[in-house]
Design a protein around this ligand. Sequence first.
Ligand code: T5A
Ligand code: NA
Length: 208
Amino acid sequence: MSRGLFILFEGCDRSGKTTQSTRLVQALKDMGIKAKLVKFPDRTTAIGKMIDGYLTQKSQLSDQAIHLLFSANRWEAMNQMRADLESGITLVVDRYAFSGVAFSAAKRLDFKWCKSPDVGLIAPDRVFFMDIHPDDAAKRDGYGEEIYEKREFQLDVRAKFFSMMDKSWAIIDAMKDVDLIHRQILLLTKKALQAQEAEPVPIAKLWT
Ligand code: T5A
Ligand code: NA
């Protein structure tokens, strides 16, 4: 039995990551492919609750402390994610270490320092970058409620994402219709699954 794939959605706030990752998991399940949705931050754990308090501006933390909590929130999920991938489940992940680095580096924390706590995490096989200009994102429901949803900051975050892209990333125009984006992403995911079937690639680690 071949392992599952790690499919990641990244992008700026309100770009449609949750909408599309949810739809992709459903479509894969409908096709009889074992799939699971994973979301970061996972606000349900003890660490996740601290992150939620910070994001909703109920509590304050230094930039370094919140950065390390976001990373710890990924590390606490690693054993389960590895077990799932090895048992053939494809993981569709809503945000990951690239968000961690992009947001903290946009706060002017050192880029290399930002990457270091996430070194060794499981690497994604395919990344979909939901690209939207912050001015368009700001027009969507619920925008501006959390601490990072400010125009200049989001522009900087977007630039940081672009600096981390490699050939595993696909840039998706997040301004297109929801169904159209879904079909595009499903097609790319099917191709990635077929490629893995034809020529299996082992689970890789981040930033090595
Ligand atoms: N963060 C996160 C860090 O600083 N470090 C880290 O390590 C991590 C993991 C919370 C914050 O944490 C930061 C980044 C964030 O600022 P979150 O919990 O993922 O991260 O944030 P959420 O608020 O849940 O999600 P987002 O704001 O990122 O939104 P999504 O998931 O990109 O967008 P979605 O799908 O919820 O859609 C937003 C709205 O747009 C509509 C939807 O219906 C919804 O109303 N929409 C569309 N409208 C028109 N056309 C389309 N194609 C649309 N797609 C969606
Ligand atoms: Na989301």
